[in-house]
Design a protein. Structure first.
Length: 133
């Protein structure tokens, strides 16, 4: 685990209030960030997430907050509120933005702030010399 529950709180994380929920969510967010990084760097530079030597704590916290706001654990099954287009009941219909401006990784929405921070860290470290922002 890259970010402990205490660090999560210290870095401004407010959405998850129980250690049990946090311990289930944080490793899944790490997997999403790891998969994202693997799509942004050359395959021969891929290593375990902790070995890149880049600051990932803040992007992990931002992505946890984003996941919680958009479906919690259901987010990882593709059931997030960004997949919702229209809600209709008798006499009322509500349409939402299609979320096309939100960055995605294999149809999982990414926090725009976390994505920007990761891209910056990859560029700064020289890992992402081929990253297009």
């Amino acid at each position: 685990m890259i970010v402990t529950f205490e660090e999560y709180s210290d870095l401004g994380g407010r959405a998850i209030t129980s250690r049990k929920d946090y311990d289930r969510l944080e490793p899944l967010v790490e997997e999403v960030i790891d998969a994202y990084i693997k799509t942004r760097i050359p395959y021969w530079r891929v290593r375990p997430l902790q070995e890149y030597g880049i600051e990932l704590k803040t992007p992990i916290v931002r992505q946890i907050e984003f996941v919680d706001a958009h479906g919690g654990l259901d987010y990882f099954q593709g059931n997030n509120d960004m997949a919702l287009k229209t809600v209709t009941t008798s006499g009322f219909s509500y349409s939402m933005d299609d979320g096309s401006s939100t960055p995605k990784l294999y149809n999982l929405p990414l926090s725009p702030v976390a994505k920007t921070q990761i891209d910056y860290e990859l560029m700064r470290s020289g890992l992402g010399s081929r990253v297009l922002l």
